[in-house]
Design a protein around this ligand. Structure first.
Ligand SMILES: NC(=O)c1ccc[n+]([C@@H]2O[C@H](COP(=O)([O-])OP(=O)(O)OC[C@H]3O[C@@H](n4cnc5c(N)ncnc54)[C@H](OP(=O)(O)O)[C@@H]3O)[C@@H](O)[C@H]2O)c1
Length: 225
């Protein structure tokens, strides 16, 4: 391939996604900032750098994903970062299931929709990197999920499952698929935390700027690095 790799980031108008945009730009990649609000995406893109592209993209909306796919063209690196935490402080036996439904729509099905839209082309071209931004609430694999945000925890555990299946299906194709727990970072989702989102963004960027010989299908925990 000639030219630079192109990275598309979902939910990149603020928080960790925005910081990932800055970090990957700093590492020399072409960036596409996406956000539900196209104006917010454009404003963030302009802040990152003069040659950074932007696109409106709502991960819950198939038409929006299709339009973004057409408008953006080739994507080599996909960062599925968009996420919501709607059910903090609830428990599995009383959480309103509409909150769980809305959480799964963004955190699981949104990422799944993006993978279906962009990964097949990566496989055809024989090169790609995908990172699903997961969470420590999944207790990695096997252990107890965090029950204080049950819909969120289940959505991220399921996202890890999606990662393993996508990695298995793309194995040997040149596409590496992993999930990252970015660790807690101060964002609108986690306003009381002191760790800056730039630190989480570096862990995510490390996962998508790896060599071709690097592993696929892993759940990486930023805090353990
Ligand atoms: N912060 C932490 O401590 C922490 C820890 C572990 C994992 N994470 C994960 O890190 C990721 C980023 O979280 P954050 O802390 O940066 O949260 P945040 O500041 O709340 O940002 C969430 C981002 O997701 C976007 N989003 C929500 N629904 C969307 C949709 N339907 N389509 C497209 N974008 C959508 C938001 O866009 P709008 O501005 O339009 O709402 C926003 O850009 C999430 O997946 C989260 O679960 C965060």
């Amino acid at each position: 391939m000639t030219g630079r790799r192109t990275a598309l980031i979902t939910g990149a108008n603020r928080g960790i996604g925005r910081a990932v945009g800055f970090e990957l730009y700093r590492r020399g990649l072409d960036i596409v900032v996406t956000a539900r609000d196209g104006h917010a995406a454009a404003a963030t893109a302009a802040e990152i750098g003069p040659d950074v592209r932007s696109c409106a993209l709502d991960v819950t909306d198939s038409d929006s994903v299709r339009s973004a796919c057409t408008a953006v063209g080739r994507v080599d690196i996909l960062v599925c970062n968009a996420g919501v935490l709607l059910d903090a402080g609830t428990d599995p036996l009383s959480v309103p299931l509409d909150l769980v439904d809305r959480t799964l729509a963004v955190n699981l099905l949104g990422a799944w929709r993006l993978a279906q839209a962009f990964v097949p082309d990566m496989v055809r071209r024989g090169w790609g990197r995908v990172v699903f931004v997961s969470s420590g609430t999944t207790a990695e694999f096997g252990g107890s999920l965090f029950a204080g945000a049950p819909g969120y925890s289940v959505s991220k555990a399921a996202l890890n499952g999606l990662m393993t299946m996508t990695a298995a299906q793309t194995a040997g194709s040149g596409v590496l698929v992993n999930a990252v727990n970015p660790g807690r970072a101060r964002t609108r989702m986690m306003p009381a935390v002191t760790r800056p989102p730039e630190e989480a963004a570096r862990d995510i960027a490390d996962t998508v700027t790896v060599a071709d010989s690097s592993p696929t299908g892993r759940f990486l925990s930023g805090r353990s690095r």
